[in-house]
Design a protein around this ligand. Structure first.
Ligand code: FRU
Length: 510
């Protein structure tokens, strides 16, 4: 990889300097050292300490009583949350004879919002105006390996990405969560009181997997075979799917389920496939946690926290780093395609770690802009490490980092990383962001999609105690208003708000 060359050049330079009798510089990190120790970029506590919500990053209020419901929802009859468009490898939204396709995590709309992650299914929709999305159905309609229709690998399916090649063949990457056949839907017996005590995001609040008896192991999967065909009425998926597990956590770079012996839910999920515009190779980003040791044995390295000056400042202010701080050890992983295949990838060291800062760097994605790599992730308030008032500084939001090369060094955008945050009055109004580049002529604009979560609460953990009908009424489960952001160097700002679920189309594609 490129960093090996950089390393050699730097090493040669250091030797020259040392031979010159000048002071010995700090040794350059060994690129073969497992990331999370020296080689990956870090989102440090010092950077995150500067998190600041202001008018450039605060999303406009979503009307608690005005978001689309019933037949106006993105997929009538269903809750949707994480959503991604079928894309070209260059990251642009695919345009198949005027049609675009979205893939959604979804469940029928009588499922309590807090239970949705336990039985998540993939559904697709299509549109020829970027505003009205027509439900196509289950992405894998013939799959039924366990209790959840449409699921072939795992017991339910979590987020991913989808690519079409030059022949309109679709490659759907997703997370196979749990073990096929396990009992994930005891609540679908009609006994709604059985669901009553579950919090709205059972796997994310208060931060531990709380649905007893089901597993949370995650593997990266692909399904391929069919072709997308435009008809007079929409987009059809024609052909048979083949499903394969592509990647599992290796325990070295990426924490396995077994290594996650304490603390919040482990992650090895959310594959996002792209072609690097610089080296022309195909890669996959993913959400992981730092491996190498059991989580209970991991520590906050001084470099995770920041400069000596900042560490001294923490000490002077009496900020204690609690024992559970290293349990928050999210990373952004990367895998490289073998021979540019879309169905064969091998894990590489992570690009970014957030040990002692944040546990979940979710749904990582790249924007390539002005020769730089912009890396975006979603994260929750409760996934920031419980250090000082870091959790209060954090927001349900979109975070970003920028680098001149794919390997890094990544710098947090806006100094601290926050790009979009829910308004403080409605901290849980929306979540799970995708950033889409849309090119018209010479201009590329950036549109951020998300879903309406719980606009009406400021205590997401308490929602599970509400009567089922109130839980359902308060939940959006539909695409949120799209937000346009400007990206200028190391900074971003909100420039516009569009309609609910609007995805403007490019006039040029790959
Ligand atoms: C983000 C997320 C993803 C995951 C999915 C599960 O909203 O946590 O990381 O794939 O939701 O529902």
């Amino acid at each position: 990889m490129k960093f090996r060359f950089t390393f050699l050049a730097l090493f040669a330079a250091l030797v020259l300097v040392a031979c010159d009798g000048l002071p010995q510089p700090t040794p350059t990190p060994d690129p073969d050292t497992p990331p999370g120790t020296t080689s990956a970029s870090r989102w440090t506590l010092e950077q995150a300490w500067g998190l600041e919500q202001n008018e450039t990053n605060t999303i406009p209020i979503i009307d608690q009583n005005g978001f689309p419901s019933g037949e106006d929802r993105t997929l009538p009859g269903h809750h949707v949350w994480d959503t991604w468009p079928v894309r070209n490898l260059d990251t642009t939204v695919a345009n198949i004879d005027g049609w675009s396709m979205l893939i959604h995590l979804s469940v029928p709309d009588d499922v309590l919002p807090g239970k949705r992650h336990d039985i998540a299914q993939l559904r697709y929709s299509y549109s020829n105006d970027g505003v009205n999305w027509q439900l196509g159905g289950l992405l894998f309609p013939d799959s039924q390996s366990g209790q959840v229709p449409g699921v072939e690998l795992g017991s339910r399916n979590w987020a991913g990405s989808a690519i079409v090649d030059e022949n309109n063949r679709i490659y759907a990457y997703y997370t196979a969560t749990g073990v096929a056949g396990e009992d994930v839907i005891p609540q679908l017996t009609g006994d709604t009181t059985a669901q009553h005590s579950l919090s709205p995001q059972s796997d994310t609040y208060p931060g531990y997997p709380t649905t007893p008896g089901i597993s949370y192991e995650q593997k990266i999967a692909v399904a391929y075979g069919p072709t997308l065909v435009a008809t007079a009425n929409g987009l059809e998926i024609q052909g048979e799917w083949t499903h394969e597990i592509l990647l599992e956590a290796d325990g070295e770079f990426y924490q396995t389920q077994e290594q996650a012996d304490v603390g919040p839910l482990n992650a090895f999920r959310d594959p996002w496939v792209f072609r690097d515009p610089n080296d022309g190779n195909i890669y996959m980003l993913l959400e992981g946690n730092v491996g190498g040791a059991n989580k209970s044995e991991q520590e906050c390295a001084p470099e995770d926290l920041g400069s000596e000056e900042f560490r001294n400042q923490l000490e002077a202010e009496g900020v204690v780093i609690p024992d559970e701080a290293p349990w928050y050890n999210g990373n952004v992983g990367i895998a490289a395609s073998v021979n540019n295949s879309l169905t064969d990838f091998e894990l590489r060291p992570p690009l970014l770690t957030a040990t002692c800062v944040n546990q979940e760097l979710e749904r990582p994605l790249f924007i390539f802009h002005e020769g730089r790599y912009y890396l975006f992730i979603s994260s929750h308030i409760g996934k920031f490490a419980p250090i000082g008032n870091l959790q209060e500084k954090g927001a349900e939001g979109l975070y970003g980092f920028v680098s001149d090369t794919i390997d890094g060094e990544y710098r947090p955008l806006n100094g601290h990383g926050l790009v979009l945050a829910n308004p403080e009055e409605q901290p849980f109004q929306a979540y799970s962001y995708d950033v889409l580049p849309v090119t018209t002529g010479d201009t590329t604009r950036f549109f951020v999609t998300s879903f309406v979560d719980y606009p009406s609460t400021d205590d997401i953990g308490a929602v599970g105690n509400l009567p089922p009908e109130e839980q359902l009424a308060g939940f959006g489960g539909t695409l949120a208003p799209t937000v346009e952001i400007a990206i200028e160097g190391d900074t971003t700002r909100i420039v516009d708000e569009l309609a609910y679920g609007e995805i403007p189309t490019s006039t040029t594609t790959e």
